[in-house]
Write a protein that binds this ligand. Structure first.
Ligand code: SF4
Length: 355
């Protein structure tokens, strides 16, 4: 038990004063865990605070329109997570009269809640002895026990889940689970682990053998696919064309300036990109602008893809009706009206360019 005692003692002294740690309310823990699925604590804190100011209770969230929910989420990406929070809040109001369920299976059945998030909510909000394994926990455990199995191979995951579960001290799941993650975030970091001040240094086999940076072991990754894409700001008088992506598409329900994927792993030259963009304009809008002006270049990453999005502007003559082949809902809006529409983060950046 010395490892557990040392980690708990360290956490009681060093835990960051995060807003959901004040009273460990399940609504706050749930929202924080969903936001933390894609971002670091420091980055998500302003979003978390804005969310809680706008939707201070689960019932308020359930009653709010989806457009507002997506707007408040804007900047965090992965909008399906915001939609799932919203849908689950409605379900909790309907099924449990607005009281967050304490039962693990009921938590796990909520939309967007998988094994990790259910374990986090059950242990952190309800102090139930459920394991949780995130990237921080994987790193700490693989170093403490010098685990040679690659952490990114699916079939090895159960080993870490079992190990983590076996370590939870009775009645201390809330603090122990957070302590292990916090140790990974603050002390046992990926690049510069602070072993000399680590509270479990004497339990750590990688440290004892001076092999800390050999862990965690990973399988070699395939290099990401490079994607060339283009977005066009159609300008007509003082208005810009935006359109809403259909549900079921990636970023479904969000608004964008019309964009196209041009090529994969082709490393197109500037001329080729211009040519391909004009071809996309012709085929979708039957429109050939007089002048397609390059405005900006935005990088974005998504699963195994590295995308370069080139942004262009094109003047549309007042008497030209721009009719798209796709039936996506579209609108001509002024830059001042952008704040009324939820955009994906790349398109929110484009909106800022001309606001
Ligand atoms: Fe991580 Fe070093 Fe502590 Fe081991 S001693 S758990 S490697 S920080």
């Amino acid at each position: 038990m010395s490892l557990q005692k040392s980690i708990l003692r360290w956490f009681r002294k060093n835990a960051r004063p995060l807003p959901w740690r004040k009273r460990y309310g399940p609504y706050e823990v749930w929202v924080s865990e969903i936001m933390l699925q894609q971002t670091q604590v420091e980055t998500m804190l302003p979003y978390f605070e804005r969310w809680m100011r706008t939707f201070p209770t689960l019932k308020r969230l359930a009653k709010s329109p989806e457009k507002k929910v997506l707007k408040v989420w804007e900047g965090l990406g992965y909008y399906s997570r915001a939609r799932n929070l919203h849908a689950s809040a409605k379900e909790i109001v309907r099924k449990y009269d607005g009281v967050f369920p304490a039962d693990y299976e009921a938590i796990r059945a909520l939309k967007g809640v998988g094994r990790y998030t259910a374990g986090a909510i059950a242990s952190i909000a309800f102090n139930e002895e459920r394991p949780i394994v995130d990237g921080n926990v994987l790193r700490v455990l693989s170093r403490v026990y010098s685990v040679k199995k690659p952490i990114d191979v699916e079939k090895n995951k159960d080993l870490f889940w079992g190990l983590q579960e076996s370590l939870i001290p009775k009645g201390e799941a809330r603090l122990f689970n957070q302590a292990l993650m916090e140790l990974g975030a603050l002390v046992c970091t990926a690049k510069n682990p602070q072993c000399l001040v680590c509270p479990i240094q004497t339990n750590c086999t990688a440290f004892q053998k001076n092999r800390v940076l050999d862990y965690p072991v990973r399988q070699r990754r395939k290099s990401p696919v490079k994607v060339d894409a283009a977005a066009v700001l159609f300008l007509k008088k003082n208005k810009v064309l935006i359109r809403r992506r259909p549900l079921g598409e990636i970023m479904g329900g969000l608004w964008e300036f019309p964009e196209w994927k041009l090529a994969k792993d082709a490393a197109l030259t500037a001329d080729e990109i211009q040519k391909h963009t004009l071809a996309s304009l012709r085929s979708e809008f039957s429109f050939k602008p007089e002048n397609l002006r390059p405005l900006a270049e935005i990088k974005r990453n998504y699963t195994h893809h590295l995308e370069t999005l080139r942004v262009f502007s094109a003047i549309v003559p007042e008497d030209t009706l721009l009719k798209s082949q796709s039936n996506w809902p579209s609108r001509w809006v002024t830059p001042r009206e952008f704040s009324l529409y939820p955009f994906s983060s790349a398109h929110a950046k484009i909106a800022k360019l001309i606001s």
